[in-house]
Design a protein around this ligand. Structure first.
Ligand SMILES: [Fe+2]
Length: 362
């Protein structure tokens, strides 16, 4: 008999994934929650906030296992205290106008603008309009909570930058491996010394801004792609620091999609989970064989990771913001993707990706 921390898995076979159900949170319920938050006395930190939690979630405050979505409300003139944390965020305005200070840079933000908040930079938000200022904030806090490493500070002190200790030449020599990184064998396995392990190449992580009016003008041009076009009419709000993982943050991509009337996507699936916010038009999603209807102002966990799904628009144009934990999955080499159920699945970022018929459709 083993000790309590052993779990016998001898001969255990893989089990099918236990997919969470999709959820549509209707506009009316979001509006009610906004009014409820606005009716509360202003808290000391200025943050009127609710998070959308999936009923199946026992581990974090996520709407998907790795995606937290918060509803943030500020009344006219109100401002939050500064925060900083090691989660990264996609910010999205769904009502009113305000300003956001991220890492000392202040931007005016209004309806459907998107910006990212990098890790561990101070930020605060302010309502500068006469209406409520309402934002959706998507973050990987849910994942970091599960890892028990979500580090958050309110009113953070000025950041101390790690400074190199003063070392004599003799000290330096003693602490530095003379060998650097080098190949161990001709198969490609290397060895890396400690100095490089604790000082990986640093990549500046910018706070970027995608104003809706600029994004929309580019998006509307995608409408010209013919009805036969099999891809999706969208732009990824790309942050170049995420490199080959195609992200808006190192964890998420955010895409803006225009869906012309009566467009039906092909059923497909991916291990990244998708959360959609629809802000124009209406339509339906079919997920694992169940049909879910949605309309402008609804928030939806539309594609739990690996659920087969497709979306279809009704008789009007649909605009939507989609956030997926795709970049993280590319970095982890876990992004299985099946663009059509007739095709084999691929590990995106490792295998050859999928094509569209864009040239034929233009
Ligand atoms: Fe999808």
């Amino acid at each position: 008999m083993g000790k309590d921390y052993f779990r016998d898995r001898t001969g255990s076979t893989p089990e099918p994934l236990d997919l969470w159900e999709p959820i549509v949170i209707p506009r009316e319920e979001i509006d009610e929650e906004v009014e409820r938050l606005a009716s509360l006395p202003q808290p000391a930190n200025g943050r009127r906030r609710s998070v959308f939690v999936h009923p199946r979630n026992q581990k974090s405050l996520g709407l998907a296992p790795g995606i937290e979505v918060a509803l943030d409300v500020l009344k006219p003139g109100e401002r939050t205290v500064p925060y900083r944390q090691n989660s990264t965020q996609v910010n999205f305005v769904i009502r009113g106008q305000g300003s956001s200070n991220v890492d000392g840079r202040i931007r005016s933000t209004s309806l459907y603008d998107v910006w990212n908040t990098p890790s561990f930079v101070p930020y605060w938000h302010q309502n500068t309009g006469s209406d409520l200022y309402v934002r959706l904030t998507y973050s990987n806090a849910a994942l970091l909570d599960m890892m028990n490493v979500h580090y958050v500070e309110e009113n953070p002190p000025p950041r101390a930058v790690a400074v190199e200790e003063k070392m004599t030449a003799e000290d330096k020599k003693r602490r530095t491996s003379p060998f650097g990184s080098f190949p161990l064998n001709d198969e490609g396995a290397w060895l890396m010394p400690y100095e490089i392990l604790i000082s990986p190449p640093s990549v500046p992580s910018p706070a970027l801004f995608w104003p809706w009016k600029d994004v929309k003008s580019h998006l509307d041009r995608l409408e010209a792609l013919g009805k036969d076009y099999l891809g999706r009419r969208l732009y990824l709000l790309y942050n170049p620091m995420t490199g080959r993982t195609n992200g808006t943050t190192p964890n998420f991509f955010a895409t803006m999609t225009i869906r012309p009337p009566r467009i039906v996507d092909r059923p497909h699936r991916h291990t990244s989970a998708a959360v959609n916010y629809y802000f124009h038009g209406s339509g339906r999603s079919t997920v694992e064989g169940e049909v879910y209807r949605w309309k402008a102002g609804d928030l939806m966990l539309s594609a739990p990771g690996w659920a087969v799904h497709n979306h279809a628009s009704d008789d009007d144009y649909v605009y939507e913001l989609t956030v997926q934990d795709q970049s993280l999955n590319i970095a982890m080499e876990s992004l299985l993707w099946q663009e059509s159920l007739k095709m084999p699945l691929a590990v995106l970022g490792v295998d050859e990706g999928f094509g569209t018929n864009r040239e034929a459709a233009e």
